[in-house]
Design a protein around this ligand. Structure first.
Ligand code: ADP
Length: 633
């Protein structure tokens, strides 16, 4: 049962195992594809986001640069702003203004201006007459001195001569050097007798901007670049060069004879709202992120142009990394999910197998319990049957006894009728002989009568054996006596059929544990069967041997009949088994004999002898020494 259960389990597990191995690559692919489809818009969104972020950063950094540039410029201008006014108040300046033709004063002033200029680290300092002509200048001894030049067209002159303080940025018409001009009027009493001008050089500041990134440039009110880290952009305009703008610029000769041109520039805005210049240069178009601040005093706009390329590149790299990381995360999550699903599937399968196993075990247990119950019922039934059988058998023992009694009656009537007839005849003969005086002969008859009486009393003694209770307790019984008694009972048949009896009961008498009458009954039965079997045989003969075997005695009865047919030899001890015809045999003799011997604790077996004939063997325990010897009863 175990084996079949195991094999059916294995069969049951097989389809489940296949289910466990089934994977769903399709589901994973579909998820991967839908995520890939999502990736494209996501990439654009991320790109926008990160571009804004990094451009903001670029703009912030440009703002810092812008602040530094503005403060550097402002610092430079602030240093010189109030100086013209201070100088204009000086006595020697006023003296010169009062006497502008005085050569000696002019010469002294020229030297003084050169000294002051050197100390202030300015570009030039000079004094204009009320009509705008230079009277004295710090560069009097330079190759192109300002002395004698008229600057009436410059706003710093017009503003100062009108009583204000002038400031102006321009390319020097004489020096062709850019500079910032501060001017103040020289007042004598209530009139303006001249103008002091300081030109400040901004080149050192601009020099620090050269070749730098981000680019720094300064545009004037018209949008013309006059300071720039990129020299090629100088005097280019970021605004359209309208006629008005050009007219205003040429009126002040701000840029002397420099050619003004428009910078090839397109304005746009980033997505984050930052100003973007696209400038075409060297055949390529380059983007610049622009931050700017107006310097109101100077009427300038300082602009910082930062290259957005690194920010854009950084944004792209970041987006690529984010997308790759997302991909990895999503793929990881999908794989993890799949693994979990597989694990869950496997666990479910294992659970299923376990449950199946439990169900089978339960079913088997139920089967076994049922079987057990059936077995118990069967055992009980068997016991009942056995008890019934025992009851029946004990009844049959009684019946067997009756049969033996019948046999004995037949034997008795046979045994008694003959001697009785002989007795009558002997008595009659004795009477006649005695009457005739033949007393001796008569006495012979009388002694024959005595012999016959003796024989009849012997038969009667056998009868008394049967009178004993069958339930008698076991006794020590002499085997030879039991045999002799049994032979005596069947003696009439032995003689009638001229059967040869060969007895070999050993030299030492054997005493066994048995019941005297019952053992005799068994022997009578076996002998009767032997006689039945040999009916009609030419030389009927029964061998009876008794011998000792260990603690047992073996009593063997062998006849020379046809033997027990091989097919029925196992059944001869069964109740009611008989091969004899109706009315001849009840089939009870051997069955009862078997049970009697079993009651003695012995064995009764049958076999066929090699030379033919049946051999019945009775094996009985030898009686313990000292146990009472079987009596004549
Ligand atoms: P019954 O003698 O009434 O038939 P038994 O129980 O004494 O009943 O014998 C059963 C059967 O055993 C007999 O019918 C006979 O076939 C067989 N049997 C017994 N003894 C012998 C024997 N000595 N030789 C051959 N067959 C025998």
């Amino acid at each position: 049962m175990d084996g079949s259960a195991r094999s059916s389990l294995t069969q049951g597990a097989a389809p489940g195992a296949q289910t466990g191995r089934r994977t769903r690559p399709g589901g994973l692919l579909a998820m991967a594809l839908s995520f890939a489809a999502l990736t494209i818009p996501l990439t654009f969104i991320l790109l926008g986001f990160f571009s804004n972020r990094y451009l903001d950063e670029t703009a912030r950094s440009a703002q810092n640069t812008l602040r530094l540039a503005v403060s550097a410029l402002q610092g430079q201008l602030d240093r010189y702003q109030s100086l013209p006014k201070l100088l204009a108040a000086q006595l020697d300046f006023r003296a010169l203004a009062r006497d502008p033709q005085n050569i000696a004063r002019i010469a002294a002033m020229n030297r003084a201006l050169a000294d002051i200029n050197a100390q202030l680290e300015a570009s030039d300092i000079y004094i204009l007459s009320p009509d705008g002509t230079t009277i004295a200048a710090s560069n009097f001894d330079q190759p192109r001195p300002f002395v004698g030049e008229n600057f009436a067209y410059r706003p710093y002159y017009t503003e100062a001569i009108a009583g204000g303080e002038g400031r102006f940025f321009a390319l020097g018409t004489t020096s062709l050097k850019r500079g910032y001009y501060f001017s103040a009027p020289i007042r004598l009493d209530d009139r303006i007798a001249g103008v002091v001008v300081i030109k400040v050089d901004l080149d050192p500041i601009e020099t620090t901007w050269l070749g730098r990134d981000p680019q720094i440039m300064v545009t004037d009110a018209e949008g013309i670049i006059f300071m720039s880290g990129r020299p090629e952009w100088l005097f280019s305009a970021v605004n359209d060069l309208t006629r008005e703008r050009l007219a205003r610029t040429s009126a002040t000769r701000r840029y002397a004879d420099a050619t003004l041109r428009a910078l090839p520039l397109t304005r746009s805005e980033t997505r984050g709202g930052q100003l973007l210049f696209t400038i075409a240069e060297d055949g390529a178009r380059r983007d610049y992120l622009v931050v700017s601040e107006q310097m109101a005093d100077a009427d300038w706009t300082v602009q910082v142009l930062a290259d957005p390329t690194p920010a854009r590149l950084q944004a792209r790299i970041t987006v690529a990394l984010v997308v790759v990381a997302l991909w990895l995360a999503v793929m990881g999550a999908l794989l993890w999910r799949q693994r979990r699903a597989r694990l869950a599937e496997r666990l479910a399968h294992q659970r299923e197998v376990r449950e199946q196993l439990e169900r089978r075990v339960e079913a088997r247990t139920r089967d076994l319990a049922d079987l057990n119950a059936r077995l118990k019922d069967e055992i009980a039934e068997r016991r009942a049957t056995e008890a019934e059988l025992r009851k029946t058998q004990s009844g049959l023992v009684q019946t067997g006894k009756l049969a033996a009694l019948g046999q004995m009656s037949a034997a008795l009537s046979h045994e008694f009728n003959q001697p009785l007839a002989a007795l009558r005849s002997y008595a009659d003969s004795a009477n006649v002989l005695i009457e005739r005086g033949r007393t001796d002969e008569g006495r012979q008859y009388i002694s024959r009568i005595g012999g016959l009486v003796e024989r009849m009393s012997a038969i009667s003694r056998h009868l008394s054996n049967f009178a004993r209770s069958p339930g008698e307790k076991l006794d020590a019984v002499s085997v030879s006596k039991a045999v002799a008694d049994a032979l005596a009972i069947v003696d009439w048949r032995i003689r009638a059929e001229a059967v040869e009896i060969a007895l070999d009961l050993g030299s030492k008498p054997l005493i066994v544990r048995a019941g005297q009458v019952r053992l005799q009954q068994v022997l009578v039965n076996i002998l009767s069967n032997a006689l039945d079997a040999m009916e009609g045989s030419a030389a009927p003969r029964i061998e009876i041997t008794a011998s000792r075997s260990g603690s047992r005695a073996l009593l063997i009865v062998r006849d020379v009949g046809p033997g027990v047919p091989a097919g029925v030899i196992d059944r001869v001890f069964d109740p009611f088994f008989s091969t004899k015809g109706v009315g001849r045999g009840l089939g009870l003799g051997l069955s009862i004999s078997y049970n009697i011997i079993k009651d003695f604790g012995g064995d009764l077996t049958v076999r066929n002898a090699q030379g033919g004939g049946a051999v019945f063997q009775i094996s009985l325990d030898l009686a313990e020494p000292g146990v009472r010897q079987g009596s004549a009863a």
